[in-house]
Design a protein around this ligand. Structure first.
Ligand code: HEC
Length: 121
């Protein structure tokens, strides 16, 4: 019985380790390209530091999200970026970018968002 418990404990630990490593390593060149896309399309609302305090932020209630503190996974961020706030039941002031930005630009933005989350400016 003890051995069985030990074995399942180990399996759980192994699973936890796998989950922690699920994200591929950060693609730095993509994050750098994403930073340029961000400065062009997102900075006005989300701000220079991506903390949600852009020049236009005061206009919006709810305010633009603090992207450094975001708790959402990449899949959710990709969806709100492509389809806009209304598509996920959030504010329509978060515009949909799926028609304006290429898949590459969106992937680069996600890499940039991962980088600033790991190293807030
Ligand atoms: C016109 C202002 C505006 C612009 C421009 C804008 N956003 Fe937003 N964004 C918002 C608002 C407002 C919210 C919060 C919506 C809510 O809370 O209901 C938001 C939410 C988000 C979220 C959800 C994050 C979280 O943790 O909740 C992401 C991701 C995001 N924006 C990314 C972007 C990206 C990337 C761009 C540029 C391509 C961008 N936004 C451009 C206004 C904007």
């Amino acid at each position: 019985m003890t051995r069985l418990l030990l074995a399942s404990g180990c399996a759980l630990l192994a699973l936890a380790a796998l989950a922690a490593e699920a994200l591929p390593p950060l693609d730095e060149p993509a994050a750098t390209r994403g930073s340029a896309v961000y400065s062009h399309y997102c900075v006005l609302c989300h701000g220079e530091k991506a903390d949600g305090k852009g020049v236009a932020a005061k206009t919006y209630r709810p305010p633009p999200a603090n992207l450094v503190a975001s708790v959402y996974p990449d899949a959710y961020k990709e969806r709100i970026i492509r389809e806009g706030g209304s598509a996920v039941g959030r504010s329509p002031y978060m515009p949909p970018w799926g028609k304006e930005l290429s898949d590459q630009q969106i992937a680069d933005l996600l890499a940039y968002l991962r980088r600033i989350k790991a190293n807030p400016a």
